[in-house]
Design a protein around this ligand. Structure first.
Ligand SMILES: Nc1nc2c(c(=O)[nH]1)N[C@H]1C(S)=C(S)[C@@H](COP(=O)(O)O)O[C@H]1N2
Ligand SMILES: [Mo]
Length: 200
């Protein structure tokens, strides 16, 4: 697919990712690693790394936007449609939000509607190589139209829930959804009309 010709408002293109690890870089042991789908689903599932690799069904180029204002264009992402993982677990009708958990204790919340989009994936490879530890190995979700903080590195589970709860950055004022094209940087009155720069 064509890359977006224009950057979203308030973003500038940079060559490389700036690595963030608000809670530090965790140790990862692939023998213990599982990615779980839990909460309001008919079937809870647990996948090991080999399972995940065998399910890869997306390879596309998309831009990545951090809420602090930097964007990396044209990144090659490879992984599993989150909708594939959802359909295997069958969300219950009352499920509305998805809470992602990471090995380091990081969390973030995403509307189930966004997780269901065809473009929403669990990333295993970036630019042709498995994620490095810094990049969130073994896996991280990616939502092309949401800010980068929703892309939880070292992710270990997604829990479907009914009522919204804050994740790590949401608790610090960042938006429930974080749509890049609507400039949903902050919650409520601090949302799209705010001139205040993000603090992270
Ligand atoms: N576990 C974890 N995931 C995280 C973060 C973090 O600090 N810890 N930072 C988030 C933010 S704010 C951004 S912009 C991206 C940055 O991805 P990168 O570190 O690969 O550049 O990761 C997101 N996922
Ligand atoms: Mo970010």
């Amino acid at each position: 697919m064509e890359n977006q010709a224009q950057l979203p408002s308030g973003q500038r293109a940079v060559k490389r990712f700036i690595y963030y690890a608000a809670l530090g870089v965790p140790e990862v042991d692939l023998n213990d690693y599982r990615f779980k789908v839990s909460g309001l689903v008919e079937r809870e599932m647990s996948y090991d790394y080999k399972d995940l690799i065998s399910m890869i069904n997306v390879d596309y180029k998309r831009d990545f936007h951090c809420v602090t204002g930097w964007s990396v264009l044209n990144v090659d992402w490879k992984g599993i449609r989150l909708s594939t993982l959802l359909s295997r677990s069958v969300p219950k009708p009352e499920a509305k939000w998805v809470l992602f958990y990471s090995l380091d204790g990081y969390t973030t919340t995403v509307p189930l509607e966004e997780v269901k989009r065809e473009d929403s994936i669990l990333v295993l490879y970036m630019n042709g190589k498995p994620l490095t530890l810094e990049q969130g190995f073994p896996a991280r979700p990616f939502f092309p139209t949401l800010y980068g903080w929703k892309s939880a590195k070292w992710v270990t589970s997604m829990e479907l829930i009914k009522d919204y709860v804050d994740g790590y950055w949401e608790e610090r004022g960042y938006h429930e959804r974080g749509d890049v094209w609507q400039e949903e940087r902050f919650k409520g009155l601090w949302g799209r009309h705010s001139k205040k720069r993000p603090i992270l």
